[in-house]
Design a binder for this molecule. Structure first.
Ligand SMILES: [Zn+2]
Length: 228
């Protein structure tokens, strides 16, 4: 069982876009996490846990990483969109924990596949970012022991073209599907088989005919009643 903890960054109203204040990164991250969870659960042997149970929750950075440690996660992925004071900056960035260099390949795959469906594909970097030898990002710093600990910045909500794309449900679903496929490839996950739909007993022609018969009797009764 592959246990994946998704961390939709921030809280509901955090990091509004300067282009359109109705966009808040914290809400968008949450909505995207739901889409990614659904896409990942299309594969066998996966379990997905979100660090925010509702869009209103906003646990501390340390609590988010610790949640992944406490449930024994194999993967911790913090989901974000990026911001720059320069509105022309665009692209995807990935940061993996300095403690889990093995995460580089997986994260690079995720960054590539997401960038391919942005208006102008670009992976700006896939790196570790440290401060005094420890992870710069609090969520990564607190996820000690999780084998793959990563943070992804899926485009810039300060760039008009990317904002237009990354806020769409359809884009969420498409990016989620693509990212789930990268996970599946990396961890050799099998897609769940579509459920076999057994015909309901009511669907057999004999009982259907009986039902129609009963219905026409009822209709005749109603007609009879109306004539009176
Ligand atoms: Zn963020």
């Amino acid at each position: 069982m592959l246990k994946i903890v998704l961390d939709p960054g921030h809280g509901k109203t955090t990091n509004r876009s300067p282009i359109d204040a109705s966009f808040a990164e914290g809400t968008n991250n949450y909505l995207f996490a739901l889409a990614l969870k659904e896409a990942l659960l299309e594969y066998e042997d996966t379990e997905v846990i979100l660090t925010r149970k509702t869009v209103d929750e906003d646990p501390s950075l340390a609590a988010r990483g610790e949640m992944a440690v406490n449930v024994g996660a194999d993967v911790f992925l913090s989901l974000h969109t990026n911001a720059s004071s320069n509105p022309s900056v665009y692209g995807v960035e990935g940061y993996y924990s300095v403690k889990t260099p093995v995460a580089y390949k997986l994260l690079a795959g995720l960054c590539n596949t997401v960038s391919e469906i942005l208006p102008a594909p670009k992976v700006r970097k896939v790196v570790t970012k440290t401060s005094g030898g420890a992870d710069y990002y609090g969520v990564l710093r607190s996820s000690v022991g999780v084998p793959y600990s990563m943070l992804i910045e899926m485009g810039f909500h300060t760039n008009a073209k990317e904002l237009e794309r990354i806020r769409l449900d359809e884009w969420h679903n498409k990016a989620a599907e693509r990212m789930a496929a990268v996970f599946a490839d990396f961890f050799a996950l099998e897609k769940k088989k579509a459920p076999v739909i057994e015909p309901a007993p009511d669907d057999d022609p004999v009982s259907l005919a009986a039902e129609l018969e009963a219905m026409s009797v009822r209709l005749a009764e109603i007609a009879e009643f109306l004539r009176k």
